[in-house]
Design a protein around this ligand. Structure first.
Ligand SMILES: *Cc1c(COP(=O)(O)O)cnc(C)c1O
Length: 354
């Protein structure tokens, strides 16, 4: 998309026209000591007050962490909520489409299905390589969102910033869409974040999450980085109190000391490298796909047999064998050293090709 071009034509007309719901707490900013505006319980309960609808304290900390100004941030109940908001903001049901890489994360398709939005697919090439040129052929004039996932789930490989740039600056339908880069696994990756590209592209949205590296999947906090124009659009349609006070407090607590997160990421990368070294030596394993994330996509001689053996040993992994290009593949999350040893021991009992 050309710099300065308006995103207005991409927004659903009803979203552009609506008057957003205005909560009691979002209308007042200032100092007060008596709060009788929101029908809250005034007694001494731990969580009696509504949370800040715009999570300003938390956004200030995240802004510092990621080097993105707070007015370019939207937070959600997991990045799943942000995916859902993007589809509802930009795609007219029964008419518009999104583009997703195949194979990739299943949530884009699920959220589109609920919204009655068509899903177009761009198949990844050999070694799951993404091609912007192929993607250009796979979109149509009604494509409003392009979902790129890097490192990609379930394949583990990354797009380069140049590949993302190619999509952002392409000249046709592809560039005339919002480009959503899902970076759920970025903290495990040696590649730089696409937030670097926010300055050059108003149609870019970068999604990150507390669910993986931060070890806070139960907290439910997703981060979206985007132009203030898109922030304004998502703020129009989000539920007023979409991020609970418990979530905001817990996220602030984890941001106050990044030591545990960094130590955990380093340990998981070391364990991933151990699995990458040991899995190929097993008779049952055909190939371990390179990964920049905290999981490995592993191709087996017979994934059904491997899955059955693992389950019998009490080890649960994700069957991805029905995904395009993933025949006989299981996706294995990197666990603790002991968990990974249990995985390797169980797989060592599985035979190879007859
Ligand atoms: C795990 C994951 C997420 C995280 O979603 P949350 O709702 O933040 O837990 C997002 N995108 C991808 C690709 C993932 O694998």
């Amino acid at each position: 998309m050309k710099a300065g071009a308006s995103l207005a034509h991409l927004v659903r007309p009803n979203v552009a026209a609506m008057t957003p719901y205005s909560s009691a707490r979002s209308e007042f900013s200032g100092e007060a000591s008596v709060w009788l505006d929101a029908n809250e319980n005034p007694h001494d309960f731990a969580w009696s007050r509504y949370p800040d609808p715009y999570q300003q304290e938390l956004k200030a900390k995240i802004a510092e962490l990621r080097g993105v100004p707070a007015d370019k941030i939207v937070l959600g109940n997991g990045s799943d909520e942000l995916i859902d908001l993007l589809i509802r903001a930009f795609c007219v049901p029964g008419r518009d489409s999104i583009l997703t890489m195949t194979p990739s994360f299943g949530m884009y398709k699920a959220a589109a299905a609920v919204a009655d939005v068509r899903v177009l697919r761009t198949e990844l090439g050999p070694d799951f390589a993404f091609s912007a040129a192929a993607a250009e052929d796979d979109v149509d004039a009604a494509t409003r969102l392009v979902f790129l996932c890097t490192p990609n789930n379930p394949t583990g490989n990354s797009l380069t910033l140049d590949q993302i740039r190619e999509v952002l600056h392409s000249s046709d339908n592809l560039a005339d869409a919002i480009v959503v880069v899902d970076e759920a696994y970025i903290d495990f990756s040696p590649h730089p974040s696409a937030v670097e590209l926010l300055a050059e592209a108003e149609n870019l949205v970068v999604l990150q999450t507390f669910s993986k590296a931060f070890g806070a999947a139960g907290v439910r906090l997703g981060m979206g980085f985007m132009s203030p124009q898109i922030v304004e659009i998502l703020n129009r349609i989000k539920l007023p109190y979409n991020v609970s006070e418990l979530t905001q407090r817990e996220a602030l607590r984890s941001l106050a000391d990044l030591g545990p997160m960094r130590a955990s990421v380093a340990a998981l990368i070391a364990e991933r490298q151990r699995l990458e070294a040991e899995l190929p030596g097993l008779d049952a394993v055909v190939q371990v796909h390179p990964s920049d994330a905290n999981f490995l996509l592993v191709r087996f001689v017979d994934s059904e047999l491997a899955l059955k053996t693992l389950l019998a040993a009490g080890v649960v992994v994700r069957d991805r064998s029905s995904q395009p290009g993933c025949e006989n593949c299981l996706r294995i999350s990197v666990g603790t050293a002991a968990e990974n040893s249990a995985l390797l021991d169980a797989l060592a009992t599985v035979g190879g090709a007859a």
